[in-house]
Design a protein around this ligand. Structure first.
Ligand code: MN3
Length: 193
């Protein structure tokens, strides 16, 4: 079984003006596709892993019966493959608010606004390439965490809820060095908040 990109449920220009069509197209058809292809390649020697869901592979990353070199490839490309699937799925120009989640966010962070501020600050402070996550931890508690590269929160035992890609390829064409502006604008296209 080969992994494939999840279909985008909106057009490349649907998140304009906050995320431009050209960035979306390159991000999806080039960056995400490359992670997917390299993930499939990393699994080539492991037919038993090819039958597993990508999410489950990442959950069990540290105990996979693979060489250390392949574990790194699976972490980077499998992470990149799954992370982007989540990223596309939590954005939508048609906002569908998840009221249960909003309530839980308010309980945990004081208010939705405070949560957004903390999440945005975490994204602005993340050095280099990586992602910022809202996750549900093992104790069912909401938590914001920044992870480097394409590391998956699934490997840490977290369930991802929200994901923000802060690699330069996610925003550079439109925003250049203005990462903070990209982060603030991104909230306009997050569908569940
Ligand atoms: Mn990306």
């Amino acid at each position: 079984m080969k992994h494939e990109l999840n279909k985008l449920l909106y057009s490349f220009d649907a998140l304009e003006p906050y995320i431009d069509a050209r960035t979306m197209e390159i991000h999806y058809t080039k960056h995400h596709q490359a992670y997917c292809d390299n993930f499939n390649k990393a699994l080539e020697n492991y037919p038993e892993l090819q039958e597993k869901k990508a999410e489950d592979i990442l959950r069990g990353l540290n105990s996979l019966p693979v060489s250390e070199a392949d574990r790194v490839k699976i972490k980077n490309h499998g992470g990149g493959y799954v992370n982007h699937n989540i990223f596309w799925s939590i954005m939508d120009p048609k906002k569908e608010t998840d009221y249960n989640l909003k309530m839980k966010i308010t309980e945990t962070f004081g208010s939705v606004e405070k949560f957004k501020e903390e999440f945005s600050n975490t994204a602005k402070m993340l050095f280099g390439s990586g992602w910022v996550w809202l996750v549900r931890d093992k104790n069912d508690k909401l938590e914001i965490c920044a992870l480097p590269n394409q590391d998956s929160p699934l490997t840490l035992g977290h369930e991802p809820i929200l994901a923000l890609d802060v690699w330069e390829h996610a925003y550079y064409l439109k925003y250049q060095n203005k990462r903070a502006e990209y982060i603030e604008n991104w909230w306009n296209v997050v569908k569940i908040i």
